[in-house]
Design a protein around this ligand. Structure first.
Ligand SMILES: [Zn+2]
Length: 333
């Protein structure tokens, strides 16, 4: 966290490629030390206690998500949408409500009308969301307004910073700010699971009876307040980590990890940033990587696991999981 604060403090004074260079230097050295827990954390394949599997007998879930960091990313959303449509996939696009770009309602409508999802990515993406509880509460009010206005159900914080117990102030069905294992993140502790889990609101756990009732709440359609939310950890390394920090030249780590997740019936959830994708041939900047790498991942999954994966938007996955994750899984949050 301290390193993150220093890194973020440098932002106004140091060009982006130099800041990424600094993170790269740390990441490459760290990689040698974490080979036993990354990209696969042993024992994270253990399913929740009452887990009965994915709908329709599917072998594993595939969840594609995108955080749109800036104007460059915003300009590439439609190209990314088209690419995923070619393969028949659906995904979610998370936008920063008060960042350095405006989110056109036409784009949000186009995504939703095509079966894609729109989510909230932080508030300002300035690294200060969780600096104080009082400040967070004020920001939560604004985030809730965007959730309502955008008809969104999901949230992911900037830089994958997370305080899961604070997020109960948000009117969300799910959060996606954590990961199974990603030691290169500013807040590096992972959740060590490749399945969604339930994060219970503390106030409903007054007694055993209340606890049982609380477990039924997420499935309620009666309009009662939710008693928690589903956490969807990402389980494939972020594109930023693989291609910009560690300078991997292929998508092989994604392919190997998705094989492992499929073998264990888990959830393959990836975060691909349109900002870093280069759609038109030669990659000119150190902050981009060729679209062919993401495309090769989509091709691999659609070919090798045809008919075997459950590709849904995170909102749909959260709706399903809210009804099946149990108290035992809950307590690990
Ligand atoms: Zn971000």
């Amino acid at each position: 966290m301290l390193r993150h604060r220093i890194y973020y403090g440098l932002k106004p004074f140091v060009p982006r490629f130099i800041r990424i260079g600094i993170r790269r230097w740390f990441a490459i050295r760290k990689r040698e030390k974490v080979s036993d827990i990354w990209p696969i954390m042993p024992a994270s394949e253990r399913a929740p206690d009452n887990w009965l599997g994915w709908p329709d007998g599917k072998q594993f879930a595939l969840v594609l998500t995108h955080d749109v960091e800036g104007k460059d990313g915003l300009a590439k959303c439609r190209d990314l949408l088209r690419l995923e449509q070619e393969f028949g996939f659906h995904s979610s696009f998370n936008f920063i409500p008060e960042g350095n770009y405006n989110v056109p309602s036409e784009l949000r409508d186009e995504l939703v009308s095509n079966g894609f999802e729109v989510g909230i990515h932080d508030l300002k993406h300035d690294g200060r969301l969780f600096v104080s509880r009082r400040e967070f509460s004020r920001k939560a009010t604004r985030i809730n307004r965007y959730l309502r206005d955008w008809n969104a159900a999901g949230f992911r914080s900037g830089f994958m910073l997370h305080k899961l117990d604070w997020l109960h102030e948000l009117d969300i069905q799910y959060d996606a700010s954590t990961f199974d294992t990603e030691p290169f993140e500013p807040q590096p502790e992972g959740r060590h699971k490749i399945f969604p889990f339930w994060v219970p609101a503390p106030v409903v756990r007054k007694s055993e009876a209340d606890s049982k009732a609380a477990n039924q709440l997420p499935c309620s359609t009666s309009g009662r307040p939710r008693a928690g939310y589903v956490e969807l950890p990402y389980t494939l390394p972020q594109d930023f980590t693989l291609f910009l920090l560690l300078r991997e030249q292929t998508a092989n780590i994604w392919l190997q990890k998705v094989d492992w997740i499929a073998r264990h019936g888990g959830m393959a959830l990836v975060n691909v940033h349109p900002d870093y994708l280069c759609f038109d041939g030669a990659v000119a900047r150190t902050t981009e990587y060729p679209i062919s790498r993401y495309k090769s991942f989509l091709e691999y999954v659609s070919r090798r696991y045809k008919g075997a994966f459950w590709n849904k938007t995170p909102r749909e996955v959260a709706q399903f999981c809210a009804c099946v994750v149990n108290d035992a899984a809950v307590n690990e949050a």
